[in-house]
Design a protein around this ligand. Structure first.
Ligand code: A2P
Length: 349
């Protein structure tokens, strides 16, 4: 039996960095689309976006936008998701939300299809797409954790401008141009110049001195792995890379994890590519991860300071697996497993 769905999709935030990538992925992955609605803010009223040779108008999101929609792929920020998600769900849609608005809600599954696909089946209308740095780290850590339980993770991130959206990417380019011309760089999206600079992630700090981004890596990873006991600490840093994040990860296992074993596991892990040329000193780089679906992992080595410790380095496209690709994979999962509302399904024998 083959299930064929006529899926009607609405992209909320269609004009943004993630929205643009969602459109590309729906096209390139031949997603079984019946209808596509592009939604954004009043700033985008009157715009059209080309999709499969057709100019589709960008509509300003309203209460009527979700009528007849099966899946909303939302990437317009937490405030916008909070405003519109429940309205979309009331109208019968499943919302796959890229913002942090619902991720830690116990009634909302937080899903990485390669890690916890079954969680998607429990949705009550909203499925949360995890934070980008969390997804990239989980892709490398989960396959190892399956073989030998991880007890503690220490992560340092090197995060690109794309995590702050399209305007932030443009700002970094404008900053670079300004600095090279001896002018003052513009700082509208970021608090400080990012070009030729770096700074700790600019999300609010808690009283323990951890920023929101760091706490997302802690709390979301535990939820996705269903492993509240894992100890995690992270330092998140923005770096002047346009897109694709990098992460240095230190893992402490319950028992020693031989490097050769870790390499073998990661070489065979779904959505992961092992990139290591020790002689050429060639390892994952954001420039190589950009536009790629896989998370690139390398520099796997024994932690000299701990017999059960392992060091690794990874790069992944923040806009792609860190956001849009993961969301489309969740949508594909819902369709393939018939976890959408049955009314939308046409069963083809
Ligand atoms: P718009 O282009 O009309 O502002 P990015 O993360 O790259 O900055 O993109 C954010 C996306 O979210 C854009 O598509 C943006 O649309 C959309 N967006 C932002 N605020 C709203 C809002 N209040 N209502 C609907 N869409 C919004």
């Amino acid at each position: 039996m083959h299930l064929s769905f006529n899926v009607r999709i609405a992209l909320l935030g269609a004009t943004g960095a993630v929205g643009t990538e969602l459109l590309e992925l729906l096209q390139s992955r031949n997603f079984p689309l019946a209808d596509l609605k592009l939604l954004a803010s009043p700033r985008s009223a009157g715009r059209t976006i080309s999709f499969q040779g057709e100019d589709i108008p960008v509509e300003v999101v309203t209460e009527k936008s979700f009528d007849g929609i099966d899946i909303v792929l939302a990437s317009a920020g937490g405030g916008t998701s909070k405003t519109w998600a429940s309205i979309a769900v009331e109208q019968g849609a499943v919302v796959i939300d890229n913002s942090s608005a619902f991720r830690m809600n116990p009634d909302v599954p937080l899903v990485i299809p390669e890690v916890n696909p079954e969680a998607a089946a429990t949705h009550q209308g909203i499925i949360a797409n995890p934070n980008c740095t969390t997804i990239l780290m989980a892709m490398a850590v989960w396959p190892l954790h399956q073989v030998q339980p991880v007890q503690r993770i220490i992560a340092a991130t090197y995060q690109s401008a794309s995590g702050a959206g399209m305007r932030a990417m443009e700002e970094v380019k404008a900053q670079a141009r300004a600095i090279l011309q001896g002018e003052t760089p513009p700082t509208e999206c970021f608090p400080y110049p990012l070009a030729f600079n770096l700074f700790p992630h600019n999300t609010p700090m808690n009283e323990q001195g951890y920023c929101e981004e760091e706490m997302k890596m802690v709390n979301e990873t535990r939820k996705i792995f269903n492993a509240p006991q894992i100890k995690i600490s992270a330092t998140c840093v923005r770096v002047p890379v346009l897109r694709a994040h990098s992460e240095a990860i230190n893992l402490e296992f319950a028992q020693p994890m031989p490097v050769a074993k870790a390499r073998e596991i990661l070489a065979n892990a779904a959505g992961v590519q092992l990139v290591e040329d020790w002689e050429a000193n060639y390892f994952p780089m954001p420039i190589d991860a950009t536009g790629r679906d896989e998370v690139l992992v390398g520099r796997i080595r024994q932690d000299l300071s701990h017999p059960c410790g392992l060091e690794l380095w990874l790069c992944g496209d923040q806009v792609r697996k860190g956001a849009a690709l993961n969301a489309v994979q969740i949508a594909e999962l819902l369709v393939a497993r018939n976890w959408l509302k049955p009314k939308t399904a046409t069963v083809v024998h």
